[in-house]
Ligand binder design. Structure first.
Ligand SMILES: *Cc1c(COP(=O)(O)O)cnc(C)c1O
Length: 381
């Protein structure tokens, strides 16, 4: 098997596993235990991890709220801002190509009486900051735009959007689950208010992530979704997942050190993959901007083939047609549909997510397989 689906998840780096292990056994203490060394030691480990995660995204440690992942962080951001908003603020602005972890909370709020504007994207998958600005009203409570798309890998112009939203007094949330640890992402430089990240997309463990809540004056109003012991400044109660958080911290440290070199390597592999596919086949269409894009992403449609048949025939190559969470349904992805790609072509598309294990030889193997399979499906069709 060749694994080329790193947008769905990544394997845990062995260095991360090694860092985590002691915190299951000797270091099992509850970091909220203030009366003995078991608690203090665990709290120190959490503090170190918090600093490492904060450094990766350019914020201070006290701005990091640990969660169970990016889904929870997205829910906390959208629903938490909505719940804390003044009654006169009952409008949200987001983008049609967001992850379901943002779109579905927005939809739930809509059913509860909120108004939601879903701004469209261009054929390149990018949202126009002016279109976001045009959607803002005096009733807007939050703008939520992802940093990098999980299907087509395009990088949205967050800094520009933040400038325009802040000029109208509206805070901005960004889902950076695919961006953080893969491209330079500095929440302070972008001046963004809320950022969702997750460990398992950057060679850390599943089930741990964070919502970055920037310290503002006046304080950004955010209602917690979980009440209880008051951990994480009261924003996320529940005993901290110490081994997971330590793993997240170690993964963040490693990504900070290796991001630039690994990004360049994977960018070259992605270009090789695309060049190989285009050399071997007619009718290959790249979905989304190639320039404003994660280096390790390629998303392409293959004219004249059936999507399901394509995936089936590629059995020993782990790629996907869209988001992992959306698979199982035959409906074409809302992201590809938003680009204006027709449904048949949208279904006949593959998402390649390159990652640390992938080599030139694997890319060449994948090119050969895809070219052979597409040619034979076209002949049969
Ligand atoms: C993976 C992903 C999520 C969900 O993250 P979990 O940690 O699995 O909950 C949310 N948004 C984006 C953009 C993602 O890629």
């Amino acid at each position: 098997m060749i694994y080329m689906d790193h947008h769905a998840t990544t394997p845990v780096d062995p260095r991360v596993v090694e860092a985590m292990l002691p915190w299951f056994t000797e270091g099992f203490g509850n970091p909220s235990s203030r009366t003995h060394k078991y608690g203090w030691t665990a709290a120190e480990a959490v503090d170190r991890a918090r600093s490492a995660v904060a450094r990766l995204v350019g914020v201070s440690a006290r701005e990091v709220v640990f969660t169970s992942g990016a889904t929870e962080a997205d829910n906390l951001a959208v629903k938490g801002v909505a719940a804390a908003a003044a009654p006169a603020r009952d409008h949200l602005v987001t983008v049609a190509t967001e992850h379901h972890a943002v779109l579905d909370p927005c939809h739930r709020l809509e059913r509860a009486g909120w108004r939601v504007t879903r701004v469209g994207v261009g054929p390149d998958g990018l949202v126009d900051p002016a279109a976001i600005e045009a959607a803002l009203t005096d009733r807007t409570a939050l703008v939520s735009v992802m940093a990098a798309n999980n299907e087509i890998g395009v990088l949205q112009p967050i800094g520009d959007i933040v400038g325009r939203a802040h000029a109208r007094g509206v805070p901005v949330h960004t889902d950076a689950a695919q961006a953080a640890g893969h491209v330079a992402f500095d929440a302070a430089a972008l001046d963004v208010d809320l950022v969702s990240i997750t460990a398992h997309k950057m060679y850390g463990p599943k089930g741990v992530g964070a919502l970055v809540v920037r310290r503002r004056t006046p304080r950004l109003a955010l209602e917690p979704m979980l009440d209880g012991g008051g951990q994480e400044g009261g924003l996320r109660s529940g005993t901290l997942n110490v081994p997971g958080i330590v793993g997240f911290g170690r993964a963040a440290e490693i990504r900070a050190a290796e991001l630039a070199s690994e990004g360049a390597r994977l960018g070259a592999l992605r270009d090789r993959l695309l060049a190989g596919l285009c050399a071997g086949l007619e009718g290959v269409r790249v979905n989304g901007s190639l320039e404003a894009r994660l280096p390790h992403n390629l998303h392409a449609s293959f004219e004249g083939v059936e999507g399901e048949a394509l995936l089936m025939a590629l059995g020993d190559i782990a790629v996907s047609t869209g988001a992992a969470c959306g698979s199982g349904s035959a409906a074409p992805s809302h992201v590809i549909a938003a680009l204006g790609v027709d449904a048949a072509l949208a279904r006949a598309s593959l998402r390649f997510g390159l990652g640390r294990s992938n080599t030139e030889a694997e890319v060449d193997q994948v090119v050969e397989r895809v070219v052979t399979v597409v040619k034979s499906l076209r002949k049969a069709g």
